[in-house]
Design a protein around this ligand. Structure first.
Ligand SMILES: [Zn+2]
Length: 100
């Protein structure tokens, strides 16, 4: 995956003979111990040496979607903070009334 593709790849970066064609493939990854398969994932394949690689841009987009998951815990903390605040408001006036 370290081979860098030009913007419009036509010649294979591995054999420099074949032409790279855009193909669709099933991408299978293991994320959080769960198998994730993406059908019709954009990829490139050489017609001579059959060098195969997934489209780097599509992989980057997929990674961004996968790494965007930590936003869920933030929502949970917001919910607990909202549900906890009415209780705190109710308890505080009761304590204030007892003190004087
Ligand atoms: Zn090739």
């Amino acid at each position: 995956m370290r081979t860098t593709l030009p913007a419009n790849p036509e010649t294979c970066p591995r054999c420099f003979v074949g032409r790279i064609e855009r193909v669709k493939a099933v991408l299978t990854r293991v994320v959080n111990n769960q198998v994730l398969s993406v059908p019709d994932f954009p990829a490139w394949e050489c017609d001579v040496c059959h060098a195969f690689m997934y489209d780097p841009r599509a992989l980057l987009e997929l990674q961004q979607v996968l790494t965007a998951k930590p936003s869920h815990p933030v929502r949970k903390t917001l919910r607990t903070a909202k549900s906890a605040s009415p209780e705190a408001k109710l308890k505080k006036p009761a304590k204030l009334n007892r003190l004087p």
